[in-house]
Design a protein around this ligand. Structure first.
Ligand SMILES: [Zn+2]
Length: 218
């Protein structure tokens, strides 16, 4: 009996897989019907197999979850990067705007007198005594324009000397608040043709108009 048990237990794996010859299969079945010990071993084997496949399923599940997580992480990284770029771009726009919005340009009449120019300077200094005032003559204005249209020299070739339709101007660097006050000088002082600032733009319009100017002048 003991000997038969050993043989049957050796055959149990094959029996479970269904790879036994018919004679061996019948031997195992016959033996299992009468031997409690071998039945026990066979039941243990069946239990192990169920557990193993459950473990495999669990591993598969974990792999899937991991894959999903890494997809999610990638998405988060992409969204984070996009948000970061948007935030940086906005910071750049606002810094640029608040730097440029403090600039005022005052264009002078072509028949402006020395005295009027002195009055204009004094009016600016009354508003902001630390304002940085730069003067550009008609010639400076023309040269600046010629430099801008360097690729198209013929366009401005006829201008210069007495034939200069441009106006002299001041560029004033001040605070945004004072830029507004200086802007309101327009119309109140003789000699001023026009005052321009960037204050009427919001930062986005401002950057867009600057990009447009850059694109058209290049
Ligand atoms: Zn047995």
């Amino acid at each position: 009996m003991k000997k038969e048990c050993e043989i049957v237990q050796d055959l149990l794996f094959g029996y479970q897989d269904g790879t036994l010859h018919i004679a061996s299969k019948e031997l195992v079945e016959k033996h299992l019907k009468k031997c409690e010990e071998c039945n026990k071993v066979f039941n243990e084997m069946k239990k192990d197999e169920v557990e193993e496949s459950a473990q495999e399923e669990e591993i598969d599940y974990l792999k899937k979850v991991k894959k999903k997580m890494s997809k999610k992480n990638k998405l988060l990284i992409i969204i984070g990067t996009i948000l970061g770029v948007i935030i940086l771009f906005n910071i750049f726009i606002f810094v640029y705007y608040y730097h440029e919005a403090r600039k005022v340009e005052i264009y002078l009449n072509s028949d402006v007198t020395e005295e009027q120019m002195e009055d204009i300077k004094n009016a600016i200094e009354n508003i902001d005594k630390n304002a940085k005032i730069e003067y550009y003559s008609k010639e400076d204005a023309l040269n600046e324009l010629k430099e801008k249209f360097n690729d198209n020299k013929d366009l401005l070739a006829g201008y210069g000397g007495d034939n200069n339709p441009l106006n002299a101007y001041y560029v004033i660097n001040t605070s945004i608040e004072n830029a507004r006050k200086i802007e309101s000088l327009e119309g109140s002082l003789p000699g001023i043709k026009k005052i321009t600032t960037n204050l009427s733009y919001n930062p986005y319009e401002f950057i867009l108009s600057n990009i447009a100017i850059e694109l058209t002048s290049n």
